[in-house]
Design a protein around this ligand. Structure first.
Ligand code: CAA
Length: 291
């Protein structure tokens, strides 16, 4: 089935990036959130990020205008029911995702492919609670979506080949590259990336280095574009902790235990850039390490 329209649930960091690249690739986008403020902020963010691409010579002003014209937003989840492809990009919390699918399912057309941008939750389990496990899969973008080349495509145990092929065609039309991952906790990227970030937090917790020395070591010593603590703040410490918990519980191996210091930052509400404080304090002109 050819996909022409895409419904996106959640207008946060990932949802607005997904709307951006989909609209730029020519898809009609309907973006949904429970808050009008979040929808307005997302549209403003997409406009700003597209403008960055215009300034960088990667997008023409008329392509930008066309893309903006293809994005509509709605507070009513039910309106997404007519989309050919739905990508759920709400908070990384299984109960919330489940509630969204329960509310949406009675209203979606039979041919719709339903996907989740989850970074770690079992696709097979999410799919099993829907009316279309064969038309359900993981569609996992990396942050920042307009810049990162990879999309992980994750098949649940029941996902059929036609669904996979349709999603692969979308990834190709976005000009991105798909990695096919089996449905095990945190898939490929986060299975490897999150234990590294968690280890960086242990390195801080145990006093082996401070925020600055740890980040500098990985940037200058391993050529990472961002240090692991800077990257954790960028992803969101709540998301990092949620993924470590999924790995810890799903693989039942103590090597995945979340660092208590990561838990403490999340308990403090210091979630990284989005709350202006995490391993760095972003409230001033330049980020200042908090340890
Ligand atoms: N939208 C559009 N363009 C953007 C953008 C955005 N949101 N963010 C950055 N850019 C563009 C910039 O305009 C710039 O373009 P030009 O080259 O044309 O000037 C380019 O990207 C580079 O950006 P900057 O010069 O501002 O900064 P930088 O060189 O430091 O790169 C970065 C920024 C791309 C974010 C880089 O630091 C990086 O790659 N960091 C690592 C990101 C990463 O690892 N992401 C994966 C996280 S894991 C994940 O997402 C999975 C999960 O489930 C948690």
């Amino acid at each position: 089935m050819e996909i022409k329209s895409v419904g996106i649930i959640g207008a946060g960091q990932m949802g607005n990036g997904i709307a951006h690249v989909m609209a730029l690739a020519g898809y009609d986008v309907l973006l949904n959130d429970i808050s009008q403020d979040a929808l307005d902020a997302a549209i403003a963010r997409i406009d700003k990020n597209l403008e960055r691409q215009v300034q960088g010579g990667k997008v023409t002003p008329s392509d930008k205008a066309d893309a903006m014209g293809r994005i509509k937003s709605t507070l009513d989840l039910v309106e997404l029911g007519q989309s050919d492809l739905i990508i759920e990009a709400a908070t990384e919390n299984e109960a919330i995702k489940q509630k969204i699918f329960d509310a949406l399912l009675p209203h979606i057309k039979d041919s719709t492919i339903l996907t989740s941008n989850t970074s770690s939750i079992s696709i097979t389990r999410l799919a099993s609670r829907t009316d279309r496990p064969e038309k359900f899969m993981g569609f996992h973008f990396m942050n920042p979506v307009p810049v990162m080349q990879l999309v992980e495509l994750i098949r649940g145990i029941a996902t059929d080949q036609e669904t996979y092929n349709s999603c692969l065609t979308v990834v190709e039309r976005l000009g991105k590259t798909a990695a096919s991952a089996e449905d095990f906790p945190a898939f490929i990227v986060n299975r490897i990336l999150m234990p590294m970030i968690n280890e960086a937090v242990y390195t801080l917790y145990e006093g082996v280095g401070n925020v600055e020395s740890i980040d500098q070591s990985l940037k200058l010593g391993a050529n990472h574009p961002m240090g692991p603590l800077e990257l954790a703040d960028f992803i969101g410490l709540d998301t990092c902790l949620a993924i470590m918990n999924v790995l810890h519980e799903g693989l039942a191996d103590t090597k995945y235990r979340p660092c208590p210091l990561l838990t403490k930052y999340v308990e403090a509400g210091w979630l990284g850039r989005k709350t202006k404080r995490g391993f760095y304090d972003y409230r001033g002109d330049v980020p200042v390490p908090t340890r």
